[in-house]
Design a protein around this ligand. Structure first.
Ligand code: ATP
Length: 256
């Protein structure tokens, strides 16, 4: 498996590659590797995650042989440090772009999920390592359901789920998808925070011009028409004719 992975990624400007048959969470391995001085654009890939994480400690399921679990270690440059809020968008946008190679049209459920046919297919988890006031590393973790066996039982889901294979034109090999994803990351990373990045991110949003409901905390919700993104990556809703901005944070978004 590992040599197949190396072969699939040959020619990409990666800092290093670590492959694990099974691990708790690729983000945890990446955080530890970053602390040991992993070079920029190193990746950790696992066949199985036994305690993959979503936001706020929620679980992300990655059964063996079914999914892509990858964490990319980024050592941010000066301008990237000022654009940390865009990195979930970078991961999501790169995946949407990569999926086009497989005939799949995906959308981004702001801020951190990728949907196919309005069903969750991938989750993005960005974690940052601070050194004083500076961001030392960004860990861009991505979990993608590739084959149907990756999809968790419905009792575990708070949103309908699907996988790439169910929606693709032909067979999807995980490491081919990983290659396409890394190519897209190389393409989009230098554009993070630029107008073209924001435009593409906005064009890829799920539920655009539809009425959605956003949970802002335990009990506060706001409903409105999903208009698009602000220059800082916040989500803009139209609530009965008034603009309402939703900032990154603990939110859940659903179509109404
Ligand atoms: P929401 O969809 O409510 O906004 P979220 O984006 O906060 O949730 P994440 O933290 O990104 O969710 O992901 C964790 C949640 O995703 C889990 O609680 C579970 O419901 C769901 N989930 C876990 N594994 C998978 C998977 N392989 N495919 C689809 N959904 C999953």
């Amino acid at each position: 498996m590992e040599s197949r992975l190396q072969k699939s990624l040959a020619g990409l400007p990666l800092g290093g590659i670590r492959y694990l048959e099974s691990t708790g969470s690729t983000n945890d391995i990446a955080l530890a590797w970053a602390a040991e001085g992993a070079p920029d654009f190193s990746i950790v890939v696992a066949d199985e995650q036994t305690s993959g994480r979503g936001r706020l400690g929620r679980k992300w399921f990655t059964p063996a042989g079914t999914a892509l679990a990858v964490s990319v270690i980024l050592r941010p440059g000066e301008s990237e440090r000022e654009n940390i809020a865009f990195f979930s968008g970078l991961g999501a946008l790169a995946l949407v772009d990569a999926l086009k190679n497989f005939g799949v049209s995906a959308k981004i459920k702001w801020p951190n999920d990728v949907l196919i046919a309005r069903r969750k297919t991938a989750g993005i988890l960005v974690e940052t390592v601070w050194m004083g006031l500076d961001v030392e590393s960004i860990i861009l973790g991505m979990g993608v359901n590739v084959s149907p066996a990756a999809i968790p039982p419905e009792t575990e889901l708070n949103f309908p789920a699907t996988c790439v294979q169910s929606e693709a034109r032909g067979p999807v090999e995980r490491f081919d998808l990983l290659h396409a994803l890394m190519v897209s990351l190389v393409k989009w990373r230098p554009r993070v925070g630029t107008e073209s990045f924001l435009r593409e991110w906005q064009d890829s949003l799920a539920f655009r011009n539809e009425t959605v409901q956003v949970w802002l905390g335990e009990s506060e919700t706001v409903s409105g028409v999903l208009e698009g993104l602000e220059a800082d990556g916040s989500l803009r809703l139209d609530v009965s004719g008034a603009k309402r901005l939703i900032r990154f944070g603990e939110i859940h978004l659903r179509p109404l």
